[in-house]
Design a protein around this ligand. Sequence first.
Ligand SMILES: [Mn+2]
Length: 402
Amino acid sequence: MRVLHSGDWHISNTGVVAGRYVLRDGVNLCLWDKIQSIRAICDYVAENEIDLIAIPGDLFDKPNPENVAIKVAVEAIEKLSEFAPVVITKGNHDGGKGGEWATALSVFGSGLRKHGIYVSDRPEIIPILSNQRKIQVFTLPYPRKSALYTVPQYKTLSPEELSRFVGFKMEEILNGFTAQFDRYALNVLVGHFTVASGMYSPDQTVPPFDISIRKECFEKFDLVLLGHLHMPQEFYSGAIFRGGFGEEDTKAGFKVHELSQNADGAWIKTEERFIELPARKYLTLRVDEFLENGTEKIDEAGPETAIRIKGRVKRYEYDEVVQKIKALHYPFIKNAIEVESETVRVEEGGISQEPTVEEAVRIWGQGKDGVDKFIERLVEAARDIEYQWKVGRGEIDEVSQN
Ligand SMILES: [Mn+2]
């Protein structure tokens, strides 16, 4: 049995490459890139024997995708369904927040199930027969966390408390699933959420306020296929594109899992292959590297690579660097160079130490009656604002929203 696993397509007709909005063949370049990846997946499915295709969430990038995004998604899923049953679960980007009635996935309707397209926006068990083999698919889409805020008894929970509560409920659902296993079938979990030990990027672990599930809860499933984390890792196929310079070291691709039945009829995973997709490359050069041998490095990277030049220079050096960048006539280049500040502040008693944003918020809240209840939410919001501010200044890299 062979299962193809590819999540987080984030189909949308928007996005910038190296800060530029580009149209190619009438569609946004970011969508054009994704179409190339989707085509490669469709070709793979057409050329190889596949028994099940799982797309665990974030097929779309937003709840109200553009017509062209819908066209790309529907055509791809129809194409894939000619070769194998397709299971799609709802991700956080597909919509359905709070009291929303529909998600972007509503375009598929429910009548498509008889044609082998199974869209799931709630936890459920889907029995599938593929090439005379029984598959029991268990779905666990992204939960509607914000819906809980409308329930009076949960209104006072902090984001961390709410995430823990939702995570606990999801683990209960997983437990319930294991009681419904079909011992003659392949029991597969297809879901969109974070695993507790997961990584957002090569150097960023999952933050504590995200809903997460402990991986012990997966032990009994024959196969666990998740979406949400864009970096390929255990349980995750990763995304089919790179979201920007923050993901230049992240591989984009999909996975193929091979399983075979042992003498007792149990399914054993025999191979897991990661197939890399030719997603657009991103490359950051330090300003000194750029001045030294930037032209060679950029030639070597090729004209489709997005380049960023980063670092600090003195005021008088800046114009020269900008001239050099312009002279390249390179389509995808981002100037993220900062000019070194020339002002130095000296205060009595030495250098003054500013408190961190978090410290400042906590100091402000000290002894204020009633604030303590909201302090964690304030701190989280402050951290988020500080993060966005730093990203805006190019001090840190943004990792695309999972
Ligand atoms: Mn997601």
